[in-house]
Write a protein of this length. Sequence first.
Lengths: 253, 252
Amino acid sequence: MDTQTTSPATNDTVVKTRGLRKSFGEGHVVLDGIDLEVKTSENLVLLGRSGSGKSVIIKCIAGLIEPDEGEIFLFGEPVSGISNDEMNKYRIRLGFLFQNSALYDSMTVRENLKFPLKRHHPVLPSDEIRKRIEESLESVGLPETIDLMPSELSGGMCKRIALARTIIMKPDIILYDEPTTGLDTITAREISELIVSIQQSTKCASIIITHDIACAKLTSDRLLILQDGKIGAEGSFDELSESKEPWVKAFFN
Amino acid sequence: MFIQIRSGLSNAGDFIQFTGRFFKEVLRPPYEFKEFIRQCFSIGNRSLPLVAITGFIMGLVLTIQTRPTLAAFGAESWLPGMVSLSLIREISPVITALICAGKISSGIAAELGSMKVTEQIDAMEVSGADPFKYLVITRVLATTFMIPLLVVFADCIGIYGGYLGMNMQSGITLFRYVAKVFEALSFSDIIPATLKTFLFGFFIGMIGSHKGYTASSGTESVGKAATSAVVAASLIIFIIDMMAVQLTSLLT
């Protein structure tokens, strides 16, 4: 691990990374010194080609992948190298929407939503659990699916339920891993609008990984584009879409 | 050849590490008691019909096949005792364990493998649950406790199958048949045979969980995990059986 000391994040910083490096296999460098910072209520969109390490960044932030080097600060506290039990104290404030929704196949929608609540709040009364499950399903517009199994839902519905499972914990930051991938244009737009509406109602910060430029345009406050394991370009959607750099322009064409 | 040996040793090392993690975490709270009960019900209940049919056929066939030989020596009255001894000491534990290796171990490997591929295990980790405790420990404990029960069930059904097999050619009352069975059996037959089934159950769960939990990404790996779980679990059942027989003969 990098022993270089860096200043922790400021009060309104939700996530900060410094010099994040990660390689896989025999020297295949995916991340080569990533520095990023996300402030409270900010939507940061990460763009990049497939295999450029976008998902690796958010998995490092969520503690699912251990970086080779670098530091990660969550809510101002360093979390690099901490144990899983200690990481759970931060995960309670962090939501993660997986690319394939990752709903538990063997559980109903109700049980899927109840699962994180029971883990993080084991003594929560059953009335409060029921209320929060119903509220979350209402907020994604699918209250009628409560007793269905994931196999009975469409791809778009699975994404919405996964989003409901994420927001049920009332997180301070949500990490979205390609939220619109595999969806038709209309459903993808609905999911993007849902992300914006959740951000506006909960004031939580977001890191959104996407290849969907329409989603990036709708959801982003700020964009980062990854290139060769580094942050190649940074700015607002309008700034980057008018960039003169051919490789940056290629993302918006 | 060298690569195969290296890969085999690496797999064995991984498995030992995985087993070590099981023993390290099994007694550490929180306990997933509800999931353990659910797994016990699922593993036991789902395997019951298959084990019952196999047990019945084992008892019936063994009686029909053995009868002419014993009859040739005028020892037909030993048939209940011989069939029950063969079933309880060897045939029933091994055959039931092999069936469970094919059904349960591969099922666990496929389930956990597909959960890994579809990021459900990662989702569990982000949800604050320890997926190893929730998925692996509950399943391994469930197989460890349910396989012996399934074997005892198969023993009973097999003995009943033997009774029907014997009744096909000569009339014997169920009471007399059971009395002859218990005459032939002693605790030294039942206890070692039952103890080894706990080991069978443990390894059936552990191998299935290990193959599924460590499956690489991609749907192909799910199939590979399930297949290799059956092969490895079947092989380990024979190895444990061989060791248990040697140990029992040394001790008795």
